[in-house]
Design a protein around this ligand. Sequence first.
Ligand SMILES: Cc1cc2nc3c(=O)[nH]c(=O)nc-3n(C[C@H](O)[C@H](O)[C@H](O)COP(=O)(O)OP(=O)(O)OC[C@H]3O[C@@H](n4cnc5c(N)ncnc54)[C@H](O)[C@@H]3O)c2cc1C
Length: 390
Amino acid sequence: MSGAERIVIVGGGPAAKAAAEAYREAGGSGAVTILAREADPPYERPPLTKDFLRGESGRDELPLADPGWYKEHGIELVTGAEVAAIDLGATVARTVEGEEHPFDRLLLATGADPLVPPIPGADGPGVQTVRRIGDSERLGQLGRGDSAVVAGSGFIGCEAAASLAMRGVAVTMATLEAAPQIERLGPEVAAEITSWLESLGVELLAEAELAELRPGGDRATRARFTDRHEVVVDRVLLALGVERNDGLAAAAGFAVEDGVQVDASMATADPRVLAAGDVAFAFNTAAGRRLRVEHWGEALNMGEVAGKTMAGVAAEWSVAPGFWSTIGERTIKYVGWGDGWEDSRFESGDDGAWACWYGRGGEIVGVATHREDTAYERGRELIEERAKWS
Ligand SMILES: Cc1cc2nc3c(=O)[nH]c(=O)nc-3n(C[C@H](O)[C@H](O)[C@H](O)COP(=O)(O)OP(=O)(O)OC[C@H]3O[C@@H](n4cnc5c(N)ncnc54)[C@H](O)[C@@H]3O)c2cc1C
């Protein structure tokens, strides 16, 4: 690749950083610019609902690299730079401030933002989401004597509910599901998660849909559910899933289907433009189809593939995606395609360990484990081999 090549990476999360690093490691010698909307350089998001929220780790442990790393690798990191448009004709990325960054190759690593449904009062002063450091710091102001509703029983909701409860906050988790994660992981795993949350003192409101949020006087928020049940709390955390930041790609005319459609090398139909991480709807060669994932490790994996591709080195996304989630002090590890299952088999191990296997179309498609690392590792191999469900 010629030294004059210009690589522009839009986004400042793990996919962006991994791509820049992989590009350099693969011998890419072009000028690399990362345009990142947040003021902070790329940092770890997973602790924001875990140890960081509980006050067990600090801000200094969050950055993905030392401050000097970017310069040492010849990577220009521009923080506070939000890209407003990609002009494919002029081959420039234009920021909100009107700055133009010319590119030969452009990677969209814009991730996702929390979904805020149109519930009246969702923009109220006592209501928040958690995606950024500041969100976690704000949530972490709550302590003993305070109360919170966590709406949503996905992993972010479960982790935040557990961590807040461990801080002494009186937590009510409201979920549309009959039990946390029952749709994604089945009744046995949902029962495990329920018992973990309840052992921390989290009160569960199952099949509870938020209807309205109103100021409840003296900093409090009154949360009303569709069954008219009401609770008054100091904070409402909306943990209701994410929206992919795929608007730039859609506006530039790329195929977008709740994520930017890319092939296994992370390239769109226009080889100059790639997408990786949460924003991508990427083809996984082991799965034989496109997958949407919102996992830390896969943002790194996809970023690495994109970086190599931009450096002209053949690479593809071929691993079975996986994630870990830590709810209080208990960790679930999952590996699999994550796009549905028909059959499940729950296996109990010693001392509260377990593995739950998932099958679809006669194949093993996933495994969720707790303190069963052998099953997790074996599961990855079987899933990637597309082993038969028996
Ligand atoms: C609280 C929390 C806990 C999590 N815990 C886990 C976990 O335990 N395990 C796990 O596997 N996953 C976890 N995740 C998910 C994981 O963090 C994401 O999958 C991962 O961060 C995705 O990385 P990304 O680089 O694709 O996007 P992001 O991390 O979302 O980064 C994208 C960046 O791009 C910026 N951006 C967006 N639009 C623009 C624009 N137009 N111009 C410039 N910049 C822009 C955004 O501000 C953001 O900084 C967690 C997520 C959160 C929020």
